[in-house]
Every structure is written in structure tokens, then in C-alpha cells.
Design a protein around this ligand. Structure first.
Ligand code: 6PG
Length: 258
């Protein structure tokens, strides 16, 4: 399956390597805080799309201990599992438990994916409508520009819920589509929307990510097999890795080791 992302000036990724996961999370937390503050100082608000999974949880817990102008922060998710909001697999539940329930962010500033619907397709459509309202656009061709897109990467090279060899990779019209992980439906932003972001921050830890990283950063590889290759934002692209994960990088890839 050929997957050709819309042509966008491919951003040169900035790669930073940290000794271990704790150092990685600490650095990622500092950078997220800085980017949130910069967006609010510049535009009066910050729109951040969050990732799920296990890596960002300690980052969210650290943000819960931070003082920020919460009423100027608008929180979205890059993807969500098609489960009830109370389900242990819910990304929104994980984020609320770790962070959002512990700070004074207005409920109206939190845009969770509606999963209490009759189908994942309806959830995707409703989330797209919710985003269009929040970004105050009347046409899906006026793409939203998130200030910060926080992403993880699976050991198969997926990001958000853009899984290898799935139809979601070929969706370049909609903002939100249905992803598929081994038959389990997910709701996900499309690569087209992710790539509009001002800043994309990948936070990736663990030796099990080495193979996928070697392919994502290879000069040529199949983006359908390693969907994180589709992420080439118009804005800044940062990869924050721990040392274990970074061992997968091709030697030619420049990196800053902290
Ligand atoms: C999700 C995430 C997903 C995650 C990767 C990495 O809903 O699970 O959005 O894209 O970032 O699977 O997960 P880990 O951080 O647990 O390795």
C-alpha cells in the first residue's frame, strides 16, 4: 500500500537523547511547560493534543504539580481507544487521573473524544465537529493548527493510532478517522492534521523501540510499515529519546546527548 503524505516542507527533526527514562520525562516536562508558556505569551492561548500509552503518564503527573495559566490551556487528544471514558484503557481517563483532575483547568477547555456512541465512525465524526467548533472553522479544509502535538511511538512504528498498513494512513481528507489496532477500533487525528502543528514532540523510551526508530529515521523505508515516518510537520519536530531507544538511530542521525 503506498501512502503518500501531502507534500509539506519536511522539517529537519531535532533529536535529543537522555540517560534514562526519568531524565527523558523530566526534560520532556520542562519543554512542554516552556512551549505552553510561549504559546500563551504569543497567542493568548495554547492548544495541546496529548498522546496516550505509558510513557507520558509520569509527564502528566509532573504537570499536575506545575503552576500554569490553566484557563488559557486547551487540551485535546491525538487519539483515543473506543472504550467508555471510565474504562482503564481510556487515554482521557489516564490523563485526568494523572493530571487534569488535580489542576484548575476549566472543564470547557478539555476536549475528550466522545466514545459513548453507536460506532467508532460516529465518534470520529463527532470529534471532528468538536474540533471544528473549538478552532472556529467552518470548513474541514481550514485545518486546525495545534500549538503542541505530544506523540509516542509504538515498537511497531505507529504513532497516535496510525497503525501499520491500516486505512487510517491513507486518510488525507478528514481531520479525525478510525484507527485499527489488531481489530480494536481507535479514534485518531490524521497525519494531515498532526502535520499542521507548530511543534511536534515525540517522547520515546526503551530498547524495544530501537528497530522502529532505525526504520523511521532510515533514508528510505515504507511509511505504511512505519507510520511515524508520516510525521513531517510544518512546524518544529523534536524527538526526545532515552539512551536505550536511541541505540536504534542510524549513525548518520545528528543528536544532542544530555
Ligand atoms: C495510545 C498512544 C500510542 C502510544 C504508543 C506508545 O493510545 O496508546 O497514543 O500512540 O503513544 O503506543 O506507547 P508507550 O508510551 O506505552 O510505549
Amino acid at each position: 500500500m503506498t501512502v503518500a503524505p501531502p507534500s509539506s516542507e519536511k522539517s529537519v527533526p531535532l533529536v535529543h537523547v537522555y540517560a534514562d527514562k526519568a531524565a527523558l520525562v523530566a526534560a520532556a516536562t520542562d519543554q512542554v511547560i516552556e512551549l505552553i508558556r510561549d504559546a500563551i505569551a504569543t497567542r493568548g492561548r495554547c492548544s495541546i493534543a496529548l498522546s496516550g500509552g505509558s510513557t507520558p503518564k509520569p509527564l502528566y503527573q509532573a504537570l499536575a504539580q506545575t503552576e500554569l495559566p490553566w484557563d488559557q490551556l486547551y487540551v485535546y487528544w491525538g487519539d483515543e481507544r473506543y472504550v467508555p471514558a471510565t474504562h482503564p484503557d481510556s487515554n482521557a481517563k489516564m490523563t485526568r487521573d494523572a493530571w487534569l483532575d488535580h489542576v484548575a483547568i476549566p472543564a470547557d477547555n478539555i476536549f475528550a473524544v466522545p466514545t459513548d456512541t453507536d460506532s467508532p465512525e460516529i465518534s470520529a465524526e463527532r470529534y471532528q465537529q468538536s474540533l471544528m467548533g473549538s478552532f472556529n472553522t467552518s470548513s474541514k479544509d481550514e485545518l486546525p493548527q495545534f500549538d503542541l502535538m505530544l506523540l509516542g511511538m509504538g515498537d511497531d512504528g505507529h504513532t497516535a493510532s496510525l497503525f501499520p498498513h491500516t486505512l487510517a494512513l491513507k486518510e488525507f481528507d478528514r481531520w479525525v478517522t478510525v484507527g485499527n489496532k489488531d481489530g480494536q477500533p481507535r479514534i485518531t487525528l490524521t497525519s494531515r492534521v498532526i502535520n499542521q502543528a507548530r511543534h511536534v514532540l515525540f517522547v520515546v523510551a526503551g530498547a524495544n523501540k530501537q528497530t522502529a526508530l532505525s526504520q523511521v529515521f532510515a533514508p528510505t523505508a515504507d511509511s505504511a510499515a512505519y507510520p511515524a515516518r508520516l510525521i513531517a510537520p510544518v512546524g518544529e519536530l523534536r524527538w526526545l529519546l532515552d539512551l536505550d531507544a536511541s541505540q536504534g538511530l542510524p549513525a548518520a542521525i545528528e543528536r544532542t546527548v544530555h
